[in-house]
Design a protein around this ligand. Structure first.
Ligand code: ADP
Ligand code: RBF
Ligand code: MG
Length: 309
């Protein structure tokens, strides 16, 4: 996939561009359906499939008090869009200058004159621009006036509920990670490098935990989870703890994973942890013995959830 980081003056012409526009945070099942339509259309007319997205998330600039925690940091989002089989991702810098364009000017100057779209796909609830003035009706009208076709892709539902980035954020923050996974089409992950803690996991408890410095800022509800951890392309079952280690009066919030059947020094390495199911809240135990007994129970519960022995 080609990644273009400018919004204007593209270095080349696009061949029969079929484009969709949006934030696509999470690249969830609804987004995936839109990308499939774009790809189908592109292959039908021998054109290029293009996803036009923004960085940072427009709401961050337009209404900072409502700034969403991202499901997918930019790098992860682009990787997932590439996995969908899209040819080109255009990532426009959503600056104050960019935001000051009217929706009509943006569509005419950039999408129509510069990129020369003739086919546009949008999600069922797509809005853009200040006060959400850019909407589907406006796009359809502009399309008729300028000469491009707009197709609206219907919502995907999971157990009757419309799949949306907002809903997925809520589910993650409530610890309902299996429900989030059903909407995402994959488990909710956190990626980051392994950092140093107090060294207590291995020395005092016999359960070393890789402490993660996460890339994103959308965390599952604090507590204990069954997880899959990816290290150098290999997948390991495990148990993660998100919280403050109250038994040891730690002040700092930490994200730690004990990886099963694993014994390696991985300080400084990148790790990806997927949250499969929440087991319980963090508890203040009277001492390490009680905590150790509980961790053993957590591990056996996680094994049964992950179907490993
Ligand atoms: P810290 O407080 O620095 O996190 P720990 O005592 O929790 O120290 O040990 C964690 C470190 O041990 C990890 O960062 C990793 O390098 C190593 N390690 C070895 N085996 C495991 C395992 N099974 N799960 C997690 N980390 C492990
Ligand atoms: N610490 C707590 O204070 N309360 C807990 O309930 C708790 N549960 C944990 C469950 C698992 C599976 C793991 C791996 C750790 C847990 N911890 C808990 C964190 C523990 O205090 C921490 O890993 C060590 O202090 C080392 O950082
Ligand atoms: Mg640790």
């Amino acid at each position: 996939m080609e990644i273009i980081r400018e919004e204007k003056n593209f270095q080349r012409e696009f061949k029969n561009p079929v484009l969709t526009i949006g934030n696509f945070d999470g690249v969830h099942l609804g987004h995936q359906r839109i990308f499939q339509r774009v790809k189908e259309k592109a292959s039908e007319i021998g054109g290029e499939s293009i996803v036009y997205t923004f960085e940072p998330h427009p709401v961050e600039l337009l209404a900072p008090e409502r700034k969403p925690l991202l499901i997918t940091p930019l790098r992860e989002k682009l990787r997932l869009i590439e996995e969908e089989g899209i040819d080109v991702a255009i990532c426009a810098n959503f600056s104050p200058r960019f935001a000051s364009q009217t929706p009509e000017d943006f569509v005419k100057d950039i999408l129509y004159d510069q990129i020369k779209i003739r086919q546009l796909f949008v999600g069922h609830d797509y809005t853009f621009g200040k006060d959400r003035r850019g909407n589907i009706a406006m796009l359809i009208n502009l399309g008729k006036k300028l000469g491009f076709n707009v197709e609206v892709v219907e919502a995907v539902r999971v157990a009757g509920a419309v799949v949306s980035s907002t809903r997925i954020r809520e589910l993650v923050q409530k610890g309902e990670v299996p429900e989030a996974a059903k909407m995402l089409g994959r488990n909710y992950p956190l990626s980051g490098k392994v950092i140093r803690g107090h060294g207590r996991g291995s020395k005092q408890l016999g359960f070393p935990t890789a402490n993660l410095k996460p890339e994103g800022d959308l965390f599952p509800k604090p507590g204990i989870y069954a997880t899959w951890t990816y290290d150098e392309g290999r997948k390991y079952a495990g148990v993660a703890n998100l919280g403050w280690n109250p038994t040891f009066h730690d002040q700092k919030f930490s994200i730690e994973v004990h990886i099963l059947n694993f014994d390696r020094d991985i300080y400084g390495q990148p790790l990806r942890v997927e949250f499969v199911e929440r087991l319980r809240d963090e508890i203040t135990f009277r001492g390490p013995e009680e905590l150790i007994a509980q961790i053993k129970k957590d591990i056996s519960q996680a094994k049964s959830i992950l179907k490993v022995s």
